[in-house]
Design a protein around this ligand. Structure first.
Ligand code: AP5
Length: 209
């Protein structure tokens, strides 16, 4: 399975990706996770990315494209992959297409997780994650268990202000890649509102169809 996961911030891509990569036994390639790891490691690329992420802006295309090309050159993607958060602009989608064509690789599906903007701010500002396990929680919808509640953290870009900027950037810069992939017959739109289990089953059904 070679798939791309698209959706607004807080749509549940990370939540669903963890379930789907376990089901399909494919690597999860999240550019957001890769940037957060680089920020934590204090690399020059991480320091550059951090400035954009905190402001709710996209990291420049040339930085992201180089990072993903390098990742797709690794051996584990031979079994397939789930790209989460990439591509996020039309130039990124075009660069990915060129790179995959050069390697003779075709995509199976582009899943678009749909969640209305009115639900997004609450999902984002209530999100917490466990730095030890990577598990994603929500203060209201999936509260962290009492024994780990002291160690969960909030992302720096999960403020309401940054969230609104990320949403605006999604509509202006990322949504235009949906027609790009629709014209290639790859888009599977999935309703992202419901319990996480319901959404997982909708995605699995869409991937089979
Ligand atoms: P990235 O990490 O990709 O963030 P994002 O796309 O904004 O998505 P999120 O991680 O915020 O949300 P999600 O959809 O994974 O939701 P989650 O499952 O956590 O990117 C971060 C930044 O990196 C970007 O802003 C940009 O600066 C940079 N970047 C990354 N890729 C880039 C690229 N290609 N080009 C340029 N820049 C790039 O769920 C959210 C919350 O909702 C959680 O608390 C969860 O528990 C809860 N939740 C999940 N599902 C449900 C449900 N069904 N019902 C109720 N609550 C739910």
């Amino acid at each position: 399975m070679r798939m791309i996961f698209i959706g607004p911030p807080g749509a549940g891509k990370g939540t669903q990706a963890a379930r789907l990569v376990a089901r399909y036994q494919i690597p999860h390639i999240s550019t957001g996770d890769m940037f957060r790891a680089a920020v934590k490691a204090g690399t020059p690329m991480g320091q550059e990315a951090d400035r954009y992420m905190k402001a709710g802006q996209l990291v420049p295309d040339e930085v992201v494209i180089g990072l993903v090309r390098e990742r797709l050159g690794m051996d584990d993607v031979g079994v397939g992959f789930m790209l989460d958060g990439f591509p996020r602009t039309v130039p990124q989608a075009e660069a990915l297409e060129v790179a995959l064509e050069a390697d003779g690789i075709t995509l199976d599906a582009v899943v678009v997780l749909e969640v209305d903007d009115s639900l997004i701010v609450n999902r984002i500002t209530g999100r917490r994650s466990d730095p030890e396990t990577g598990e994603i929680y929500h203060l209201e919808f999936k509260p962290p268990p009492a024994d780990i509640a002291h160690r969960v953290v909030q992302r720096k870009d999960d403020t309401e202000e940054a969230c609104r900027k990320r949403l605006a950037s999604y509509h202006a810069q990322t949504a235009p890649i949906i027609p790009f992939y629709a014209s290639r017959g790859l888009v599977k739109a999935v309703d992202g509102v419901g319990t996480p289990d319901e959404v997982t089953e909708r995605i699995a059904a869409a991937l089979q169809g």
